[in-house]
Design a protein around this ligand. Sequence first.
Ligand SMILES: [Zn+2]
Length: 249
Amino acid sequence: MLNRARSRFRRLPRWGQALVVLLGLGGTVGLGTLAVFLYSQTQSNSGAVIRRWFTDPAGRRALITTLREPCPGAPFLLPTDGLIGLLWRDPAVPYHIFRRHTGLDIFGDGAPGTVPVVAAYAGYLTRLDGWLSSVIIRHDDPLRPGHTIWTYYTHMASRDGRTSYIADAFPPGTSEVWVEQGTLLGYQGDYSGGALSVGMHLHFSIVESEPGGSFKNESHLANTLDPSPYLGMPLNINSRPARPITCRS
Ligand SMILES: [Zn+2]
């Protein structure tokens, strides 16, 4: 087999031999580039930062982002204080190429049920009947006039699911209640709905609207928006600084 290929190769004219060699090299370089690209897509330092958060509680203070006002020129408030750990587009399962994180995981310093979560922007709040730990708010998109977007907040319940940490003002079944920016929505929790809990945090995401007026499925990256321009911070894995995340200067 190999010998036959070799003798065929020798019978080719010089230019033909050169072409075969070039194609072979090109293919190898192409595959190599693809492999490097896929590998780079799996790399992010978020996992290491989050591990540091849980293994070195004394060092937490240096990692916390606190924001009482929106960043200059940005419309949204950071909805809770803490380590902005997992970013938008981060590999959702550690080092998984194909599943991406749809929002931000913000890890607060304190016991479950004590770190406040507030509305990032004014809008109409809904909490569906079965929602133990989540609320969603409908907004006029401040960056794309005429569009509707939603902000989604979840994990606001105890790990065992017995206690919801959502504010009493928003019981299950709440529909389209107006809230101002900064309105208390509840408190960070460690409920994960049966999935492996990664510790207390708020999962916050910006979700696109269905043409019919409802919100799209939040668990698909394509249905969510990069929160960076809304918060005025580098909040996707392509631009993560190697230090606590603050307003863009
Ligand atoms: Zn999350």
